[in-house]
Every structure is written in structure tokens, then in C-alpha cells.
Unconditional design. Structure first.
Length: 385
């Protein structure tokens, strides 16, 4: 198998700017963890593609896996050193791994891949900016179209998180007349969370939502329901715990969070949440709520089920693929259905919750070891082709 070059530009940029890892970042960190030994780091900086030697690469990988902002100075020195040397080491024939879409919206990325004689493997997380542009930042659809063009025109192989993503990819490729390279559908494993605390973080019942606050995640539906529940139930209203950072075009959600008194009294935001805290919030919740309009996979759903926590989720193909019939599925537009489910799950003797807990006993999810066993075999097969 050719030498491996891992593009860590996105991860380094987020770490150096003090940002928390997103779901895509967590996947990319697992690729560094499992494939980083003996691999070289690629950093795109100042218009250059810098291939770092093994020892500096290992140090950068270690800093990323620790997500240690205290090492920012050392990281910058490593990148600066590579920049001064010009990154002139030969990379022709190397396998390039890009697991986070980073840089692929730059038309020059494909040119540089060809110029350096690289053999890319990309991880495609979803096509949501193309299938649901109304839920994304302005201009994101055009950028994602360029990302797909880069992948389809240069990839040796594509890694996909679900059959739902694969179907969207093939539909898109057929529309634009592009061939699809060899692909591997390889489901994601839950995050490496620490064991939850024995005692719940709250005495009163609560529900959890996990993910960036953005239009696609449909927080607005839940906040409107909570305003109604707060007015009807008063002190008996459950808490809603929003774990995730505020994203884009979510002004209505922010208005409710900051200016609606019934919501302010019963909804708690946690923009930064450590793994131990997260596992406790999830494990003791009445349910994880996941009312998204579109998803390519849905890691929070897997993480909740892996902890034994019920899930009430939108009826999406990716969710059905990942979790079968275990969660309670509802339309993301069915406000009355979500209200009825919440009121049922809130009750200590909830029949629907008990039924899901019984189904949950049969839930199995592959770990990262199984994931990367399949990825290694796929990449080895590409190298032999």
C-alpha cells in the first residue's frame, strides 16, 4: 500500500482558533487516531501543500487527538518550519486521505492533486447543501457542487457513511453526467464518551437535543412546543437541554431563547460540553430529540442508543438505516405528534418509552475497530488495482 498522506488542514485551523470539534471533526480525529501511525500530515498553508516528515506529523497528530490549544505555539512552529523548507519531499503516488471536505470547494484542489501525483480517498458525509439548500448558508450549494466535482473527478475511492448518502450521490452524479468511483459504505461508530455519572445532572425530568443550532435541526419546533408546555404544565414542565453551539440563520430560535420567558425558564443551553458531562446528560434523559429535516447519518442518535437512551426522531431514511425500528419516528412537521410523544415519555410509567427500551436491548452498533478494518481493506484493494 502506498504511503499515506492525511490532510489535517481543517482540524488544525479549528484547533488553533479555539473551536470545539464538530461531528465531522470527530470523525476526522478517529481517522487520525486509527490511520495516523506511519502516515504523513498534509497542511495546506500560504498557497503551498506542505508534507511534513514522520516525526513532526506524529507530534501534530498527538496535539489534535488531545485537542490541546496550549500547544498552539509548537504547532505553528512545526507548520512554519515546513513552510520554510518548502515541502519539497516527493509525494508522487502517495494515497491522500481527506475525511472532512476541507479545501475541496477550491477548484485548485483537483489541480494540485494531479500535479503532486496523489491518489485521493475522500469521505463524503452528505449532499445536504445540494438536496436541501434552503437549510444551509447562502452560496453553500455552489461550494458543495465544486466539492462533489473534485471528488468525482480525482478520487481513487469514496467512503460513505450510509446507503442514503450513497443514493443521493448516485442521483447527483446521474443528473450531471459524472461517473462514480469505487465506493465503500461504512457506518460511523459512536463517540468515545466517558461512563456517565450514576446520579442524573437534574432531579426533574428532561429531554436532550444534541447538535449545532441551525435551521435544518428544527429547534424551532421544539421551542414552540416548550413554550406551550410551560404555559400548560407550569412547574411540572420538563427541562429541554440544548447541547451545541449557535450556528447560522437561527435568529428566531435565538429570539425565543433570549426573550421568551416561558422558554427561558425551562430551556437550558450548553454550548460547550465535555465528554463525561455529555454522557451523563444523554444517559439520564427521558429521550434524545432529533427532529431534523435532513441528515446524512446522525451520530447523536447512535450515541444515545449506545448509552441505552430512547430516541424520538424524524422519519428519515438515514435514521431508519442506522437504528431500524428502535426509535419512535415522527414527521418533522408533525407538531401535535411530537407534543403527544413528549407528554407520554414524560410520564414515569410511559408505555411508549418502555416499549422502546425493550427494543433497545437488541441494538448493536459496530465500533471504530470494525469501521477501520473495512476501510483498510478498501484502501489496500485500491492500491492493488
Amino acid at each position: 500500500m502506498p504511503a499515506l498522506l492525511i490532510d489535517i488542514t481543517r482540524l488544525l485551523d479549528r484547533l488553533l482558533h479555539g473551536r470545539l470539534p464538530t461531528g465531522v471533526d470527530r470523525v476526522s480525529l478517529e481517522y487520525v487516531r486509527h490511520l495516523g501511525e506511519g502516515a504523513h500530515a498534509l497542511v495546506r498553508f500560504g498557497g503551498r501543500w506542505l508534507r511534513l516528515p514522520l516525526a513532526p506529523s506524529a507530534r501534530l497528530f498527538a496535539a489534535l487527538l488531545a485537542w490541546d490549544g496550549e500547544r498552539a505555539g509548537a504547532i505553528r512552529r512545526q507548520v512554519g518550519w515546513a513552510y520554510l523548507l518548502g515541502g519539497r519531499e516527493r509525494v508522487s503516488g502517495h494515497c491522500l486521505l481527506n475525511s472532512g471536505h476541507s479545501g475541496l470547494d477550491d477548484p485548485h484542489y483537483a489541480r494540485e492533486v494531479r500535479r503532486h501525483g496523489l491518489r485521493p480517498v475522500y469521505f463524503l458525509h452528505d449532499l445536504i447543501p445540494l438536496t436541501h439548500p434552503e437549510y444551509c448558508r447562502p452560496g453553500e450549494a455552489a461550494k458543495h457542487a465544486v466539492r462533489l466535482h473534485t471528488m468525482l473527478c480525482t478520487a481513487e475511492g469514496l467512503l460513505l457513511n450510509s446507503a442514503a448518502t450513497a443514493q443521493s450521490l448516485h442521483d447527483h452524479a446521474e443528473r450531471v453526467g459524472w461517473a462514480v468511483p469505487l465506493t465503500l459504505i461504512v457506518p460511523l461508530a459512536p463517540a468515545r464518551l466517558q461512563p456517565p455519572a450514576i446520579e442524573p445532572p437534574l432531579r426533574q425530568p428532561y429531554f436532550v437535543v444534541l447538535g449545532t443550532i441551525e435551521p435544518r435541526k428544527n429547534h424551532l419546533l421544539l421551542l414552540q412546543l416548550w413554550r406551550q408546555l410551560a404555559q400548560e404544565l407550569g412547574a411540572d414542565c420538563p427541562r429541554l437541554i440544548l447541547i451545541g453551539q449557535r450556528g447560522w440563520e437561527c435568529e428566531q430560535v435565538v429570539d425565543l431563547l433570549e426573550r421568551c420567558e416561558p422558554v427561558r425558564a425551562h430551556v437550558q443551553e450548553i454550548p460547550a460540553c465535555g465528554d463525561a458531562e455529555l454522557s451523563s446528560w444523554l444517559r439520564h434523559a427521558r429521550a434524545l430529540l432529533f427532529p431534523s429535516f435532513a441528515e446524512g447519518y446522525g451520530l447523536p442518535l447512535v450515541e444515545a442508543l449506545a448509552l441505552g437512551t430512547p430516541v424520538i426522531a424524524s422519519d428519515l431514511p438515514a435514521f431508519r438505516e442506522v437504528a431500524g425500528d428502535i426509535p419512535d419516528f415522527l414527521s418533522p412537521l408533525d407538531g401535535l405528534g411530537w407534543r403527544d410523544a413528549l407528554l407520554d415519555y414524560l410520564h414515569p410509567a410511559s408505555g411508549r418509552r418502555a416499549a422502546q427500551l425493550a427494543r433497545l436491548r437488541h441494538f448493536e452498533v459496530a465500533g471504530w475497530q470494525a469501521h477501520f478494518s473495512r476501510v483498510r481493506s478498501f484502501m489496500a484493494g485500491l492500491a492493488l488495482g
